[in-house]
Design a protein around this ligand. Sequence first.
Ligand code: UGY
Ligand code: MN
Length: 232
Amino acid sequence: LITPDTHVESPLIGWENSLAVVHISAEIGARFQQYTAIMDVGSRSGAAGNGVERFVYVLEGGAEIEFDGKSHTLAAGGFAFFPADVKHTISARQKTKLIVVEKQYTPLPGFAPPKPVVGTNDQIEGLPFMGDPDARLQTLLPVSFEFDLAVNIFTYQPGATLPQVEIHVMEHGLQMIAGQGIYRLSDSYYPVGKGDVIWMASHCPQWFVAMGKEPASYIYYKDIHRDSLNAS
Ligand code: UGY
Ligand code: MN
């Protein structure tokens, strides 16, 4: 659990006028990277690494993105996915904060690489999770085998819970974006609220209950659709 009082900003290498708070990276043992990009007026992104796919979600402010000769404006709640090696730029004319997730793309034989995706969270229906209308899941990216990652937003009414303690091979990078609750990680229970980030390694036991008077939401990354023993 990485709380905002511990965050340290550093220059965002390769970007102009931008700082990073790197929350999750290879250095901690993760197979992906998650950081907050703090973009100032007149800032511009740098390229993702070779073979690296990038997902961005606008937390605050707004950004213009460009790829394939087209531009789109993203306000808070907007998001974009750039497949590996798809040239793109993200620029901001106002102070802007992005959640950025990057990972090396793992191809799957028989499937083409995924296409770029642009959207906003309010276009995406929240579906009851395992039948519970008080725990709703928005799936921001298409669920298909081309994609080796998922990014979802989970919104719980106060008192709603993740229905089971989960243990799974997939990793998570999570950021609380609204409300509060208690996160169980292994055998410890932590109060969490807006701005907190959690890295869950593969097989980390996890569970959540929303508390307080407002719904609690978190956005999270998950690696999916690949088999580490039978990699391509
Ligand atoms: O997709 C998930 O694994 C999700 N249910 N996990 C979580 O919210 N901690
Ligand atoms: Mn999970």
